[in-house]
Design a protein around this ligand. Structure first.
Ligand code: ZN
Ligand code: ZN
Length: 240
């Protein structure tokens, strides 16, 4: 057996890498943690989407019902998501977010780069910013999953990112326990900016793992624009 093969076999014996979705063996030193079969089956958002919020529009049209009814519903200029938040992507994101499977960020970032490149408006961004966690939750979890994605994207796209501009206040209740209306009220004034001079006339790419109603991204966009940003685009791994 050639030495290289032997060493690879040894490494995969000591540090086996398996698909995070189905558990199948992956090649030693594999960069991806999702096997090709599982990747293929993830619910990618394809075809026509709302030009504002990026939700899938199976019946076509320019905007979804919400964005058509109230064009000011969202303060961001455009949001795009790679996947619908269901099936296996749901499980993968929960593992990424709450169970320290941060190595999944490589897979998510490469998917996000693809979606980023498919949206012509996104090419003008100046700065990448992640949706912040409040300090207590950040300390409890030990990391901000959106910031890990922002760092990966910054590297992949060759654009700067900065985690010291947008902050979240402490008192925000857990979003998933609230109704849509409560969620909107709760989130509205939850963010603030430090160093607004870094935002002046900048086009921002805002990063999060999941978007549900878009209220969180919208509240961030509103805060960023108030502080001087020209435009705010949003990119998330999944859309609920
Ligand atoms: Zn798999
Ligand atoms: Zn929409």
């Amino acid at each position: 057996m050639p030495m290289k093969n032997f060493i690879q076999k040894l490494i995969s014996f000591i540090f086996p890498i398996v698909c995070s979705s189905c558990g199948a063996d992956l090649p030693p030193l594999s960069q991806t943690r999702i096997c090709p079969k599982c990747k293929e089956n993830l619910p990618k958002i394809k075809g026509l989407v709302c030009q504002k919020c990026g939700i899938s529009l199976p019946d076509g049209g320019e905007f979804c019902f919400v964005c058509r009814k109230n064009p000011k519903e969202h303060s961001f200029d455009k949001m795009r998501s790679v996947y619908s938040y269901k099936d296996n992507i749901r499980k993968l994101i929960l593992n990424f977010k709450y169970f320290e499977r941060t190595y999944l960020s490589k897979d998510f970032v490469s998917d996000m780069v693809e979606t980023f490149k498919s949206e012509p408006a996104f090419k003008d961004i100046d700065l990448i910013i992640s949706v912040p966690l409040n300090i207590l939750r950040r300390l409890k979890r030990g990391y901000n999953q959106a910031q890990i994605l922002a760092e990966g994207l910054s590297q992949a796209l060759g654009k700067p990112q900065n985690a010291r501009i947008l902050y979240r206040k402490k008192m925000t209740k857990a979003q998933f326990k609230l109704t849509k209306q409560e969620r909107r009220e709760n989130i509205k004034d939850s963010f603030y900016v430090q160093n607004p001079s870094l935002l002046k006339n900048k086009t921002i790419l805002l990063i999060d793992d999941i978007a549900t109603t878009g209220a969180t991204a919208s509240a961030c966009a509103k805060t960023l624009k108030k502080a001087g940003s020209k435009k705010v685009f949003v990119l998330t791994v999944a859309r609920d």
